[in-house]
Design a protein around this ligand. Structure first.
Ligand SMILES: CC(C)(COP(=O)(O)OP(=O)(O)OC[C@H]1O[C@@H](n2cnc3c(N)ncnc32)[C@H](O)[C@@H]1OP(=O)(O)O)[C@@H](O)C(=O)NCCC(=O)NCCS
Length: 146
């Protein structure tokens, strides 16, 4: 039985948060972010917790009314249970209070689960960045306008 999931916003990460996130990051990406990339002062987080342990995260930054989504992952054993969708719904509610009008992100053309997630959430394709990723794949740039 799935235990209760809590979603929270955080403006910076504690050491414990970072260690839990980094484990998910390394399990999720062939080219994980370098540790320091999680500590840029402009970055904020939406975190999903189960029993006070992080099981998913969205890392984002904001510029006036734009929200730039920089990183998203869910712990492998918690995938396909609606966690990413819950985190995005939380982010969109936050965005209503903070008057975000645009949400931007990049996703690899090969990442079909993520593309399907973003389409379901109302993101539309804006264009492509050729050979954006280290494996040579293109990035699809997506936007959701409120
Ligand atoms: C992409 C990712 C964040 C999705 O997280 P998740 O919690 O499993 O997603 P959810 O359960 O909330 O799924 C919501 C929707 O996303 C899509 N989706 C999620 N996983 C999918 C899969 N394996 N195949 C196809 N569609 C999928 C579906 O549209 C799904 O809606 P549905 O349940 O009605 O079919 C997760 O697979 C992940 O962490 N992947 C590795 C890291 C990554 O690729 N991050 C994105 C970088 S841009």
């Amino acid at each position: 039985m799935q235990k209760s999931i809590e979603i929270k916003e955080k403006n910076s990460l504690s050491e414990k948060d970072f260690l839990e996130i980094y484990k998910i990051e390394k399990a999720s990406f062939r080219h994980p972010w370098k540790e320091g990339m999680f500590f840029s002062p402009s970055q904020k987080f939406v975190l999903a917790f189960e029993n006070k342990k992080i099981i998913g995260y969205i890392c984002f930054s904001t510029v006036i009314d734009e929200c730039h989504i920089l990183n998203v992952a869910v712990s492998p054993r918690f995938r396909e249970k609606g966690i990413a969708q819950k985190m995005f719904e939380f982010l969109f509610e936050l965005g209503k209070k903070k008057n975000f009008n645009f949400y931007y992100l990049e996703v690899s053309e090969n990442n079909l689960p993520a593309i399907s997630l973003y389409k379901k959430l109302g993101f539309k394709t804006l264009g492509k960045r050729k050979k954006y990723y280290e494996d040579g794949s293109d990035a699809i740039v997506m936007v959701k306008q409120t």
